[in-house]
Design a protein around this ligand. Structure first.
Ligand code: ZN
Length: 425
């Protein structure tokens, strides 16, 4: 893409003059971005994969060791492999140019082969230029179109102005420790630590989001990163409570849990402007306590709703099924009987964790529901068709079959005549 706007053109020309990565920076990157290895084979030959030196030492085992030739500390691995997989990582330099913040991202690699000096290299793939008022211009290489690998770059393409895309917001594993930042970012609180955020998201939050900036300056870093990810402070849902925490010097350590907790407080009509509630000593236990309470309450409310529903349906149910009331038979251990109210369907559904109530079996003219019990214990729930006088289903807790299933089926079949008689009465 060609630089179109005045700003794009200015930044592109400055980018052309930006000095390439220095030898010192490269050296730092190669040393710190990768582990350094030595290889040992069973016979005792040790090969330094940094300088290629080989020597014999039967006493060296797996673990760190210093190469007698290059002096690097290398990690000894025992393997017969001669060629090692190429390692890749992103290395980043934070610098400034002409009053702009520049984030330079280098695709950095290491390849190693026994008997050779390790080969390191890096390619600059992205430059993100940020203006003091929080605008971004991306200068980047091309990503191969239709690549399955998001991490590929087309090195033959030039660093050019490209539309701002999420894929340039890279969170590099390694950042050059000598960082340069523009005054606006420093003024808004940046002291060098990125707190796990990508440089772009952190700088933009500090420049564009004044609530994020406030959080950052107050040292509320978990909430700051949460704000970057989910913009939770953009409205008034949590912000007034967050401010109370800041005023109290209370550090919100787990931001998403804390927001959940505020929602729970609100649910229970607690004062979310009171430090007593919003600054809990033990967030986890308070959060869990309220969550349990809410779940219990919802369960009760649900049951109440179902009971009302049952009450309303009772009369119609009697009309449909009362002629079957009293049907009951047993084989000495198991007793099977007809459910005689909608409330009983509700109870059966709750005890057996199945849908006999929620799916309104009580209102279906063509089906009759029976329960099989041993003493007080509910074993299975049986549906009989009033059209065919066959057993449609018989199910235990959570719809699982039970050890008594076959006995229950044959017991009901033996007594089907009772049901048939009541139906035609
Ligand atoms: Zn060496």
């Amino acid at each position: 893409m060609k630089a179109r706007t005045k700003l794009q053109r200015r930044i592109y020309s400055m980018s052309q003059r930006l000095s390439p990565i220095s030898e010192k920076q490269k050296e730092w990157a190669f040393r710190h971005c990768f582990h350094h290895y030595g290889r040992r084979i069973r016979k005792g030959t040790v090969s330094c994969l940094e300088c290629g030196h080989e020597w014999l030492d039967r006493s060296i085992g797996p673990g760190p060791c210093v190469c007698p030739h290059c002096g690097w500390t290398i990690e000894i691995v025992e393997t017969r492999k001669r060629r090692f997989q190429r390692e890749k990582t992103y290395f980043c330099i934070l610098t400034t140019c002409g009053g702009y913040q520049v984030i330079r991202i280098f695709d950095t690699f290491a390849s190693r082969c026994v008997g050779h000096k390790a080969l390191y290299g890096c390619n600059e793939v992205v430059q993100l230029w940020i203006t003091p008022d929080g605008k971004v211009i991306s200068i980047a290489r091309m990503r191969p179109i239709l690549s399955m690998y998001l991490d590929r770059w087309d090195y033959a393409s030039d660093l050019e102005v490209r539309p701002n895309r999420m894929s340039y917001d890279i969170n590099p594993e390694f950042i050059y420790p000598w960082k340069q930042v523009i005054p606006a970012i420093k003024r808004n609180g940046f002291r060098g630590d990125l707190h796990g955020c990508s440089p772009l998201s952190l700088f933009l939050a500090l420049l564009n989001d004044c609530r994020a900036e406030t959080l950052f300056k107050a040292g509320q870093f978990p909430m700051f990163t949460h704000e970057i990810r989910s913009q939770v402070c953009s409205d008034e849902r949590y912000w007034p409570s967050v401010r109370i925490c800041m005023r109290r010097g209370y550090l919100i350590q787990d931001a998403s849990m804390w927001c959940d907790y505020i929602d729970l407080l609100r649910y229970f009509n607690k004062d979310i402007l009171s430090a007593r509630y919003v600054c809990p000593e033990n967030l986890q236990s308070e959060h869990d306590r309220l969550e349990r309470k809410k779940r219990e309450l919802l369960r009760k409310e649900d049951l109440q709703r179902k009971m009302q529903q049952a009450q309303a349906a009772e009369e119609q149910f009697r009309e449909l099924k009362s002629r079957f009331f009293g049907i009951s038979f047993a084989d000495g251990t198991i007793r099977v009987r007809v459910l005689q109210s909608v409330a009983e369907h509700l109870l059966e559904g709750e005890l057996m964790h199945h849908c006999v109530f929620t799916n309104n079996y009580y209102a279906r003219p063509e089906s009759l529901i029976l329960t099989a019990q041993i003493g007080e214990q509910h074993i299975e729930t049986i549906e009989v068709s009033l059209e065919t006088f066959q057993i449609v289903q018989s199910r235990g807790v959570c719809n699982r079959p039970t050890a008594y299933h076959d006995r229950i089926i044959s017991l009901v079949e033996q007594n089907m005549e009772q049901i048939r008689r009541c139906a035609s009465a």
